[in-house]
Design a protein around this ligand. Sequence first.
Ligand SMILES: [Zn+2]
Ligand SMILES: [Zn+2]
Length: 102
Amino acid sequence: MIPNELIAYYESLVKEQGSSSSEDEANEHLRAYVVELKDAWEKRAILRELRFRAGMAVCSGGVDCVETPTTVCMDGRHPTCSKHTDDCFLCVPVSSLSQMTR
Ligand SMILES: [Zn+2]
Ligand SMILES: [Zn+2]
């Protein structure tokens, strides 16, 4: 059971990072920037995982995609956001797997 407060907490963290635009810093800040990026990536992945466990629909196009799914993938089986319809990770591995075993 995932409390909605936890999801809301991560949603607010992800939103904060999305709006910050102090990325045009000099090279000495690049390291910190990379750490920040990784941190942001992890938070999106966590938010996605929490939504999934709470039974909410998550986009199947990227492990860090936190867009609300509004459509389905090309195969029509998995919810994805509008950006990831061609990019469903639940479909692509299966088709390449069956090619390998044939
Ligand atoms: Zn997506
Ligand atoms: Zn799919």
